[in-house]
Write a protein that binds this ligand. Structure first.
Ligand code: AMP
Length: 415
């Protein structure tokens, strides 16, 4: 016998019983975003590789290690989208959206692809809901976006959510700060852990996360990026914080928050869910004022976020936040062998009238069919006997009455 196929590593099937929680995440996001003026956009699953190389940043892990890149029959290099922002910005430019009233607010959801090491909550194909507002540098936008994400998570009932907030300032201020931090760490090199010392050139910010006592002492007095922002960036960040305070959003300032994409400037944020363990990030985003220009457009500010649908679904499945049990609905038509044709005709008539309906397709006896009606959660079982006679049984109360199958749609539609 040949070997059975399995899903590719790091991917998974979403089975029917796993859909309701995911559909609820998508429905709540859609309703809240559209009520806030975000229009629904869909972009292709694959794009020119260069879009991501330039948009996400050549030096990022995503571009260097995680992209699913392939050559098509015409020799073009294409990549399965690893994130949404670059695609949305491409669409903004391609469709001349800079001529519309600004900011242009867009949202989408769908699958994204990164070649990461698979583990619980980290997959190679995953689902995001994404929101972007392009064309305004007002701190109102940063605050609106964070509020929307926060309210979506609250309405969904995700518990133990923490919001971390930081500001990266401009790329120039950030580079100057990193040089200063490296110099500071070098001047205290003797007290740092081996790990921090070996990564000092590549990633000096890592030192802020260290558990090593000596390193922690050194870091207590280290300069932070938030202290080195240009005055306008510092003011912008203060405005964002004041707006969040005013709207009751709690956050922790995190001066070491850096995100895995190069395009961020000014505000950055991440939502974590403590019950999820190692892969606790359930969403994140920030401002990307240089990105559109980097993609060949005019200088245009933008801000966006992505929520991780798979991880939010995990958090909701773990917690007590499950929705109420589905009420029974529809009709299961129970029929003997000689009445099966009539059963299908009746089911079709019910379905055409918008009433959920089903019938036995496995040759069960009457008793087995009644069991099946119960198992699938039908509100009624309709037992077909003679031509113009049938018994309608309420599966909740057990109450039965005689009905005429020819007028069943009317019987069920009238209250
Ligand atoms: P990012 O685009 O990296 O900012 O990710 C935004 C959110 O998408 C994260 O907070 C996660 O919830 C989710 N996410 C990112 N990468 C993955 C992945 N490989 N598997 C599952 N979820 C992911």
């Amino acid at each position: 016998m040949s070997e059975r196929f399995k899903v590719p590593r790091g991917t998974f099937d979403v089975l029917p019983e796993q859909q309701p929680v995911r559909e609820r995440i998508q429905a709540v996001s859609r309703r809240r975003l559209e009520a806030a003026g975000y229009g629904h956009i869909d972009t292709p699953i694959f794009e020119d590789t260069d879009l991501f190389a330039r948009g996400v940043g050549e030096s990022t892990d995503i571009v260097q290690k995680q992209m699913f890149t392939f050559e098509d029959q015409g020799g073009r290099s294409l990549t399965l989208r690893p994130e949404a922002t670059a695609s949305v910005c491409r669409a903004y430019l391609e469709h001349g959206m800079q001529k519309l009233a600004q900011p242009v607010k867009l949202w989408m959801d769908g699958s994204f692809f990164r070649h990461e090491r698979p583990q619980a909550g980290r997959y190679r194909q995953f689902t995001q809901v994404d929101a972007e507002a392009i064309g305004s540098d007002s701190p109102l936008i940063d605050a609106e976006m964070i509020l929307l994400a926060s309210d979506i998570l609250i309405e969904l009932g995700v518990e133990g959510v923490r919001l971390r907030l930081g500001s990266l300032g401009t790329p120039a201020a950030r580079a100057a700060y990193l040089d200063e931090l490296r110099d500071y760490l070098r001047s205290h090199e003797g007290r740092l852990s081996d790990d921090v010392r070996s990564r000092l050139d590549v990633n000096p910010l890592r030192a802020f996360d260290a558990d090593h006592p000596g390193t922690r002492e050194v870091m207590a007095d280290a300069p932070t990026l938030l202290d080195r922002l240009d005055p306008e960036d510092a003011e912008h960040f203060a405005d964002v914080r004041a707006l969040l305070d005013r709207n009751g959003v709690a956050y922790d300032l995190d001066p070491t928050l850096v995100r895995g994409l190069d395009y961020y400037t000014r505000t950055v944020f991440e939502f974590d869910c403590e019950s999820l363990g190692a892969q606790s990030g359930i969403g994140g985003g920030g401002r990307y004022d240089g990105l559109i220009e980097q993609l060949g457009g005019p200088p245009t500010p933008g801000c966006g976020w992505a929520l991780g649908v798979d991880r939010i679904a995990l958090a909701l499945a773990d917690g007590a936040a499950r929705g109420p049990e589905e009420p029974r609905q529809g009709v299961f038509v129970v029929a003997g062998d000689d009445r099966r044709d009539a059963a299908l005709a009746l089911v079709t008539e019910l379905r055409r009238a918008g009433i959920p309906a089903d019938l036995d397709l496995a040759g069960r006896g009457t008793k087995g069919q009644m069991k099946q009606a119960d198992r699938i959660g039908a509100h009624y079982a309709l037992i077909l006997s003679e031509e113009a006679k049938a018994t309608l049984r309420d599966m909740d109360s057990g109450e039965e009455r005689q009905v005429d199958p020819a007028t069943l749609v009317e019987t069920l539609s009238s209250p």
